[in-house]
Write a protein that binds this ligand. Structure first.
Ligand SMILES: [Zn+2]
Length: 390
């Protein structure tokens, strides 16, 4: 095995560096390599995820390690495939201790909410008819992400209107870029993005992108890809976070609501500067080029073990090629203030080795965020018009 030692060393270093960017897991600084058969090696990687220690294995062809010195790009491919396999292994270990309370694929299954309170009771403000009315259709998830079927019978008209204006509008502006680029059909058909500096307009066969400044688009030397800068409409991050929490509370079985009374009060508070006692303001955002489908999907998971270092409950929302995840603010007897988290990976196509990119975004700010730049790399497959902005 001596002949592969430098390649194994480089490979290990990259995996360890990659794991340090994950925040939520740690992998040992030394990986064990053993021989499986004449042509394969096994790389064993000890991983600590939450309070759990697991060992994950990656199988590598000897031949690939042997050729790395002459073809360095092989190491990139190997790293991409291995980190993808590892991410799935880490998620499998992490979510073994969770049960699905509710899951829905907006293109495939008939909706069935876990349970319903007697009609005429609002779970958000605690009031009942006739003090409040229930005449309007209250969407459990926003219509902007393609929800036309999942309604919350336990949301009064007053709360419905309040959520629409105070939080879902911010969610709509924040998600505008993602929904436009990935053609997520909402209330009024395809979304589009309008900026001072141009627009993005999806059409039947192609999406038209117009940018008024050259600095907003950069072509690679071979002109196979173009990196574009889009401007996200202004929004209040914590209002977006409240919208995610509201979705989770809408699909939650009523027996669990008792643990989230402060969250129920918090999402109804117009004053976005008022924080929760035990805020959980992380939004885990994962971009994955190899999603199994781009249908909008949602999922609510509850921890089944007593491991307080892991969040008690997590809500996942996927649309386009993005998957977003929040960790609800559970009381002190349900989870520690500091929790380990890892992306929920089962929505991704595990047979393709496309590396996904996760990032933790702090959505705790109540200050309006303006002119936030979103950079996207697009593959060019048609003619490009470049000219003066008119
Ligand atoms: Zn209400």
């Amino acid at each position: 095995m001596k002949e592969y030692a430098p390649s194994i060393q480089k490979f290990s270093e990259r995996l360890i560096a990659w794991s340090s960017t994950l925040h939520h897991v740690s992998i040992a600084s030394k990986l064990e390599v053993s021989e499986i058969d004449e042509s394969h090696l096994k790389v064993s990687i000890p991983v600590l995820s939450g309070a759990q220690a697991v060992s994950l294995n990656v199988t590598v062809e000897k031949d690939v390690f042997a050729r790395v010195a002459i073809e360095p790009e092989l190491l990139d491919d190997l790293f991409d495939a291995s980190s993808h396999q590892l991410a799935i292994g880490i998620a499998t270990a992490f979510y073994r201790e969770y049960e699905v309370l509710f899951a829905h694929d907006f293109e495939q299954t008939e909706p069935e909410l876990p349970d319903e309170e007697p009609t005429g009771y609002c779970r958000f403000c605690g009031r009942s008819a006739p003090a409040v009315t229930f005449a309007e259709d209250a969407h459990a998830l926003p219509e902007s992400v393609g929800n036309k079927v999942l309604f919350a019978n336990h949301e009064c008209d007053e709360c419905n209107r309040h959520f629409g204006i105070e939080i879902e509008d911010h969610f709509g502006r924040w998600s505008n870029v993602q929904r436009t680029i990935f053609l997520v059909e909402g209330k009024t058909g395809m979304p589009n993005l309008t900026m001072k500096s141009g627009y993005v307009k999806p059409g039947h066969d192609l999406t038209e992108i117009k940018l008024s400044r050259d600095s907003m688009a950069a072509f690679d030397p071979g002109r196979t890809t173009v990196k574009i800068k889009l401007i996200r409409p202004s929004h209040i991050p914590v209002a977006v976070l409240k919208a995610f929490n509201k979705m989770a509370l809408s699909i939650m079985p009523s027996s669990e609501l008792v643990h989230f009374e402060s969250t129920l009060r918090w999402i109804r508070n117009k004053d976005h500067a008022v924080r929760l006692d035990r805020p959980s303001s992380v939004l885990l955002s994962t971009f994955c080029p190899a999603l199994e489908s781009s249908n909008t999907r949602c999922l609510l998971l509850k921890r089944t073990s007593a491991d307080m270092t892991k969040p008690y409950m997590t809500f996942v929302l996927a649309f386009g090629n993005f998957c977003y995840q929040i960790f609800l603010s559970a009381p002190a007897d349900k989870q520690n203030a500091e929790c380990h988290v890892t992306p929920y990976f089962y929505l991704y196509d595990s047979s393709r080795a496309a590396p996904s990119q996760s990032q933790m975004i702090d959505m705790g700010s109540s200050e309006s965020k303006r002119n936030e730049e979103v950079t996207l790399t697009l593959r060019i497959c048609g003619p490009i018009e470049q000219g003066r902005a008119s």
